[in-house]
Design a protein around this ligand. Sequence first.
Ligand code: 2BA
Length: 109
Amino acid sequence: MKLIFAVVQNEDANNLSTALTKRGYGTTRYKSTGGFLRQGNVTFLVGVEDDKVDEVIRVIRDNCHTRTQYINPLPPVMEPGEFYMPYPVDVQVGGATVFVLPVERYERL
Ligand code: 2BA
């Protein structure tokens, strides 16, 4: 058995939830925050038999899309008289960041 962690963008979370549930996969989702952008995202936990991992990853790929976010870099420390014009920098986010971990033991009590 494997435990799949998938970090996805908020915009994709409901479609992914529906697609996985429709195919009979049990999921847990929780709100999370990316360390770099410090914006909300959603992390899914999906426990599956080994032979289902590829299908789950395909469903994630089909439902999670790459988007561009623009961020304003922090201004540098300025000397008197210096001028700094901030330009937004674009960052590509997603489709999804996926980790597949082995499960040592699984029980439903
Ligand atoms: P964030 O940490 O907010 O990162 C958002 C996007 O910013 C990343 O998209 C990546 O394009 C960029 N980025 C992240 N760290 C960077 C850095 N040190 N320098 C420059 N650009 C950087 P994704 O790679 O698609 O990641 C989306 C979200 O997935 C991340 O949000 C984070 O919540 C999670 N994630 C990504 N890699 C991870 C990892 N190795 N471990 C745990 N979570 C991860």
